[in-house]
Design a binder for this molecule. Structure first.
Ligand SMILES: C[S@@+](CC[C@H](N)C(=O)[O-])C[C@H]1O[C@@H](n2cnc3c(N)ncnc32)[C@H](O)[C@@H]1O
Length: 251
């Protein structure tokens, strides 16, 4: 990995490690705490989940609903954070299904595992690792979800190549992410605090789709583009920044 990519990972790990330890409430531009999760999911989906889970929701959408999960499926969550989407997915796939969350931040993994113990779920596993080099077997996953994470990666083509590798044939991708129309200037792109806030690492949606196509994905759809200014901190001089739901399939 290049030095630049390593330093971006370090900044991102620093930010999300601090959030996991409760030292930094800011998340993807939100206020932290409960307000991060409240608008993203139907209230009924969150019933029964403790505040330790809902209060550590740092996403920008609801990939679980668009994933249209079925009983018995094996699901992978890229950048699982405190585990909220994994726990929601686990309910949908049931005891015959299995959910794996991958995250590179040790303190976030510790939080996710503490939440798992608190909930007593047995069909969820959290693995340490990078989404650019997934610790997951080839062709083993039915559905990949991700919530506000791929924008943080300094090597998005590698993320999509890895996602393609680990999916079974016919497997599905369901992503909520921040994307743009237009590009950030090099000066804005270099603002690492904003990168960790899920802003300046985001790329033009056409380039994003192009990377997915290059990895081999088909049936790519970008839906529900919504203005991201309530989720992330957008400032003058930036391209249009929005939250989108992106779905695709491995042929
Ligand atoms: C914005 S939070 C989203 C967490 C979770 N998906 C949610 O909705 O609450 C981003 C998470 O992705 C993890 N992450 C960011 N870049 C990563 C990478 N390249 N590999 C693995 N994990 C990564 C961070 O450690 C953090 O836990």
């Amino acid at each position: 990995m290049s030095d630049q990519n390593q330093s971006i990972h370090a900044v991102v790990q620093g930010r999300y490690g601090a959030i996991a330890r409760g030292e930094n409430a800011s998340c993807c531009g939100g206020d932290g705490g409960e307000s991060c999760s409240a608008p993203l999911y139907e209230a009924s989906m969150l019933e029964g989940l403790p505040i330790d889970v809902t209060g550590l929701s740092l996403g920008c959408g609801d990939p679980v609903t668009i994933a249209d999960l079925r009983e018995g499926e094996t699901v992978l969550d890229l950048g699982s954070g405190g585990g909220i989407d994994c726990f929601l997915a686990a309910k949908r796939v049931g005891a015959s299904g299995y959910v794996i969350g991958v995250d590179m931040t040790a303190d976030m993994l510790a939080k996710a595992n503490a939440n798992k113990a608190k909930l007593g779920v047995t069909n969820v596993e959290f693995r340490g690792g990078q989404i650019e080099a997934l610790p997951v077997d080839e062709g083993s996953i039915d559905v990949i979800m991700s919530n506000c994470v791929i924008n943080l990666s300094p090597n998005k083509p590698a993320v999509f190549r890895e996602a393609f590798r680990v999916l079974k044939r016919g497997g599905r991708l369901a992503i909520s992410d921040i994307v743009t129309e237009g590009d950030f200037s090099p000066e804005l792109r270099a603002q690492m605090d904003k990168w960790a806030d899920c802003v300046t690492g985001a790329i033009d949606v056409t380039d994003y789709v192009g990377m997915m196509q290059a990895a081999g994905f088909t049936d790519i759809q970008v839906v529900d583009k919504t203005d991201a200014s309530e989720i992330v901190s957008v400032q003058a001089g930036m391209p249009r920044v929005f939250s989108a739901r992106i779905t695709a399939r491995k042929p």
